[in-house]
Design a protein around this ligand. Structure first.
Ligand code: GCU
Ligand code: CA
Length: 137
């Protein structure tokens, strides 16, 4: 079972507003990032061992185009994520990326590359293992 990190729970950081006005989210809310390039959500992930790790990001996005972002691990941008439209702010989906984590505490940051910011980010599910995807998502 993955370990779930809610975007609304410390030590996660939400660069925007923690809100709960769209039903169906996990936990007590989600992060509505500022609609701006560079806006992000940052999670603290404690890994028992170094290695490939599967990340499933819970999100919703009602718009018509993607809300792309990058996945920044311990300060280095290592992956891109698309956050394609889910059809409604109340329709939640997951986007999967695999990354390499260090043993101990890691910072996993999702950061918008487009002017609309990120999709609404609900949680990060972390599962040790997975097949690595060198070069992108
Ligand atoms: C709406 C919606 C927010 C969302 C925002 C956006 O305001 O209620 O949850 O974050 O659109 O487009 O980013
Ligand atoms: Ca937003």
């Amino acid at each position: 079972t993955p370990s779930r990190h809610e975007a609304e729970d410390a030590p996660a950081l939400c660069e925007g507003l923690v809100e709960a006005n769209h039903a169906g989210h996990s936990g007590t809310g989600f992060c509505n990032t500022d609609n701006a390039v560079g806006a992000g959500v940052e999670f603290s992930v404690d890994a028992a061992a170094a290695g490939t790790t599967t990340l499933d990001v819970g999100y919703a996005h009602a718009g018509s185009s993607s809300r792309p972002g990058e996945v920044v691990v311990n300060g280095t941008s290592v992956r891109t994520a698309q956050f394609s439209a889910t059809g409604a702010w109340t329709t939640w989906a997951t986007e999967r990326v695999t990354v390499e984590l260090d043993a101990g505490v890691n910072t996993v940051r999702l950061q918008a590359t487009g002017p609309d910011g990120l999709a609404n980010i609900d949680y990060l599910d972390v599962t040790p293992g997975g097949s690595d995807q060198p070069g992108g998502d």
